[in-house]
Design a protein. Structure first.
Length: 95
């Protein structure tokens, strides 16, 4: 099992998304929180199972089931660097 390491931008991205969902529905925010936690567990166990993200040769993406979001990450030896939490319609590499 790999260790997750989080870049500061990931926390900012996730916080902004959670704030938006909290404003819409506490239930939706709870569902997103749970879905992200489940995806973290999967990333720890099977990071190689996720494909390269939108043609990148470096970053992989783990979509969040039921939401238009993805966790962008990179496998670095014995750990997974979690880089961004992005909306699937965003141009996250050019932000």
């Amino acid at each position: 099992m790999k260790t997750l390491r989080f870049d500061p931008q990931f926390a900012e991205d996730l916080s902004a998304a959670m704030d938006w969902y909290e404003g819409v529905s506490a239930h939706a925010a709870d569902k997103l929180r749970t879905a992200v936690a489940h995806r973290f567990e999967s990333l720890k166990r099977f990071p190689e199972a996720y494909s390269l993200f939108f043609g990148s040769d470096e970053y992989r993406g783990a979509s969040i089931i039921g939401f238009p979001w993805a966790i962008v990450f990179r496998i670095e030896g014995d750990f997974v660097r979690v880089i961004r939490f992005v909306h699937l319609s965003s141009d996250w590499q050019n932000e």
